[in-house]
Design a protein around this ligand. Structure first.
Ligand SMILES: NC(=O)c1ccc[n+]([C@@H]2O[C@H](COP(=O)([O-])OP(=O)(O)OC[C@H]3O[C@@H](n4cnc5c(N)ncnc54)[C@H](OP(=O)(O)O)[C@@H]3O)[C@@H](O)[C@H]2O)c1
Length: 245
């Protein structure tokens, strides 16, 4: 068994925001990282920043909506480091809009990223975890899953699905595997308002700039769940700014 310090951890959506902050935190603790995202330049910058500080990380171009890409992510962990201890499924898009705008491509992207993307991660990592007898799924949801605020219904529905899938997976996992949901509230990242309808984007960015917590707060919560002893499963952590209603 690896120690908490040298776990092999794969993170999707590691090119910015919460994923990037989580990668930096875990690298500082000695984890060996496999980082996935679509934007090559941003992903390389994260990997280079970590390795320049003496950390261990490799980047893999991953679109989580593609099954084969998640397989490449987990295969890279096995090829480079011989195992995979944790998969952090964090990739996400907050392209929210009112239903009347009929932004069906955005609806599809949220379903594909948060639901199919999560399932693709499970499909790639579960057989690895079963072979090893240990493994940890950390799935990033949102406080939006619990409190539906217009115009976030599709986003909220896909994040609610993260909870449902995670709970079912936990029940089937058995004693060797762990499943954690981390539900952030408003977090100061570039993803807030990105791709959203203009009115929604303005409101979200204003709220973010007024009350959001730094992505390092979410990274710490993820790190806490990972650091628990093998037989201890942290089921869910909700972390939000004190000012969030
Ligand atoms: N910020 C908040 O207030 C907040 C609150 C609750 C929950 N969350 C959740 O936290 C997670 C991270 O979001 P963030 O706030 O850190 O925003 P962000 O900075 O925009 O990060 C999103 C990450 O997901 C990646 N991504 C998006 N679609 C992808 C795909 N199809 N395949 C692979 N990677 C993909 C992006 O990278 P590429 O574009 O390079 O692929 C990026 O690295 C999301 O799941 C989000 O829903 C955020």
């Amino acid at each position: 068994m690896p120690t908490d310090q040298d776990k092999v951890i794969a993170i999707t959506g590691a090119s910015s925001g919460i994923g990037e902050a989580t990668a930096r935190l875990l690298a500082g603790r000695g984890a060996r990282l496999v980082l996935g995202a679509r934007r090559e330049d941003r992903l390389n910058a994260v990997v280079d920043g970590i390795t320049a500080r003496g950390g261990t990380a490799v980047g893999v171009l991953v679109d989580v909506t593609r099954r084969a890409d998640l397989r490449r992510l987990t295969d890279t962990a096995l090829e480079r480091y011989g195992r995979l201890d944790v998969l952090v499924s964090n990739a996400g898009t907050m392209a929210v809009s009112p239903f009347d705008e009929l932004r069906q491509d955005d609806w599809d992207a949220m379903v594909a990223t948060h639901v199919t993307g999560l399932l693709n991660g499970i499909g790639a990592a579960l057989p690895v975890f079963r072979r090893q007898g240990t493994g940890h799924f950390v799935n990033v949801s949102s406080t939006a899953a619990r409190v539906v605020k217009s115009p976030q219904a599709v986003y909220a529905a896909t994040k609610a699905a993260v909870h449902v899938i995670s709970e079912g997976l936990r029940q089937e996992s058995g004693p060797g595997l762990r499943v954690t949901v981390v539900s952030p509230g408003f977090t100061h990242t570039e993803g807030v308002g990105k791709g959203a309808s203009p009115e929604a984007a303005v409101a979200m960015i204003r709220m973010r700039d007024e009350i959001a917590m730094p992505p390092s707060a979410v990274a710490s919560a993820i790190g806490y769940a990972i650091d628990q002893p093998a037989g201890v499963d942290v089921g869910e952590i909700v972390v939000r700014p004190t000012a969030q209603a």
